[in-house]
Design a protein around this ligand. Structure first.
Ligand code: SAH
Ligand code: SF4
Ligand code: F3S
Length: 462
């Protein structure tokens, strides 16, 4: 009997995991289960896990420990670990937490029903073999009704020496342009307004699709995909992540400048501002190349927002090399930077090197970098003061129901007074009255069902 079961999903990690969780929730809904807000009320608990750094992995074990204890009193409880920890640990997770019913890697997300049926028949199941990812036929249960994730490529073929992603997410697998466009058309029919196209290395899109030539040239680059999906009516904003500086092309920049729905926001991790460290990380570019990319973006789109990821305390990082990272951050002026102290990961080359830094140095550098980041982000925010921005309203502000919240095209979270039932899903013209490092406040001037920026023809007709 699945009909009376209630489920809860807790998601850790990146946007890929969030997208996978929405698809898995869709599968559970289709199986007749119901969402339980409180995990303690649920009969099926799924942890969709992340192992990018040690603290992410440890968090999973502490959550899991609590529910494993509960299972000792309620043996009917079904416990699932999905995602990247599942893939990394596989069978050994069962030894660590014998209460587990199902351990499933990210490539198996779309197979959840099949796997769960095996569990309900009394099995303990581990699904971590490498597979061709199936197209999902179930409708995801999306968190938002306005903005949606759409996977375009799974996996990663890079070998950055610090990173577990290739070993837990497997090789690159692109979806076909037709499947991606069909999903976007469906989203548009459901009233979604914004789509974020997802891939760990989105610039690799299409390399594995039929039609690729021996030299690695292919007919379906990510840029081609942008042109192909741009016409989907009703989807007025398109975003994408994550870009890799090694493969980022001027043709892509030109497409973003040319295509009105593509928002002027680029997430391009640089990881380090030092060329020797970039080499040790096997990133395949120099800081000069990174600077050129940002320069070109700003030539085409002077107002573009730029965000990135960076790691401090990579093995062997000297004070001077760390200073080079600070210098890059100082020079570029990021709108947002995700920073992390290097964490040695199982199975990655850098974890085995003997030039590891001590935790105090790493923590100290992280603090210095974060301090600089918030100063620079505050400077970047200043350019919004007094401006009129187009904000796609996503919801009420959970902290102040008299306000709504949404994002500018540059991805700045923006709050303003207004009624969410009236404004949700609409494009509001907002005058920015208050700026903070990572968010803005403004006042509503007008609202429309379509974006004027994305539909310049509409504007011309008025
Ligand atoms: N595919 C993306 C990012 C994937 S992981 C890219 O190529 O940039 C997200 C971020 O986590 C990375 O950009 C990196 O900054 C950070 N990260 C990955 N492995 C890490 C590690 N071992 N220690 C600390 N940070 C790490
Ligand atoms: Fe990890 Fe590098 Fe792949 Fe990004 S490109 S997911 S950092 S291996
Ligand atoms: Fe974490 Fe896996 Fe994403 S390790 S960052 S959830 S790809």
């Amino acid at each position: 009997m699945t009909a009376s079961r209630r489920y809860h999903i807790t998601t850790f990690g990146c946007q890929m995991n969030k997208a996978d969780s929405e698809r898995m929730a869709g599968i559970l809904d289709a199986m007749g289960m119901e969402w339980a807000e409180d995990p303690n009320q649920a009969d099926v608990i799924l942890y969709n896990t992340c192992t990018i750094r040690d603290n992410a992995e440890q968090k999973v074990y502490s959550y899991l420990g609590r529910q494993a204890k509960r299972k000792q009193e309620e043996p009917a409880l079904t416990l699932i670990v999905a995602g990247c920890v599942a893939q990394q640990e596989g069978e050994s997770l069962l030894r660590r937490v014998p209460e587990l019913d199902l351990v499933m890697g990210p490539q198996h997300a779309n197979r959840l029903q099949d796997l769960l049926e095996q569990v309900f028949e009394g099995g303990q199941v581990v699904a971590t073999d490498a597979v061709d990812i199936l197209e999902d036929i179930t409708k995801p249960r999306r968190d938002s009704a306005i903005t949606a994730w759409v996977n375009v490529i799974y996996g990663c073929n890079e070998r950055c020496t610090y990173c577990v992603v290739p070993s837990v997410r497997g090789v690159e697998q692109s979806r076909t342009p037709e499947a991606i466009r069909a999903e976007m058309e469906d989203l548009s029919c459901q009233g979604f307004k914004e789509v974020t196209l997802l891939g760990q290395n989105i610039d690799a899109y299409g390399r594995d699709l039929p039609g690729a030539t021996a030299e690695g040239r292919h007919q379906h680059t990510f840029t081609d995909l942008l042109y192909f999906v741009h016409e989907v009516p009703g989807i007025d904003r398109i975003r994408f992540a994550t870009s890799h500086p090694r493969y980022f092309t001027e043709r892509l920049i030109r497409a973003c400048a040319e295509l009105p729905k593509v928002c002027e926001h680029f997430h391009i991790p640089f990881q380090s501002g030092d060329n020797d460290l970039l080499k040790a990380m096997a990133r395949g570019y120099t800081h000069e190349k990174y600077r050129r990319i940002i320069h070109t973006i700003r030539e085409y789109m002077p107002d573009a927002s730029i965000s990135a990821d960076a790691i401090v305390g990579f093995p062997g990082e000297t004070e001077q090399q760390f200073q080079n990272t600070l210098k890059l951050v100082e020079d570029i002026g990021f709108d947002l930077l995700n920073t992390a102290a290097y964490s040695p990961r199982p199975g990655t080359p850098a974890a085995l090197w003997d030039n590891q830094l001590d935790e105090t140095t790493k923590a100290d550098r992280l603090q210095q970098l974060n301090h600089l980041v918030s100063i620079k982000a505050a400077e970047r925010s200043q350019r919004y003061a007094g401006r009129i921005e187009e904000v796609l309203v996503e919801d009420a502000n959970p902290k102040d129901p008299t306000q709504v919240m949404g994002r500018t095209r540059g991805n700045r979270l923006t709050f303003f007074k207004g009624d969410s039932t009236e404004l949700k899903g609409r494009f509001a013209k907002v005058r920015i009255t208050e700026v903070r490092p990572f968010s803005l406040t403004g006042e509503l001037l007008s609202a429309a069902d379509q974006s004027e920026i994305s539909n310049p023809a509409v504007l011309a007709e008025v």
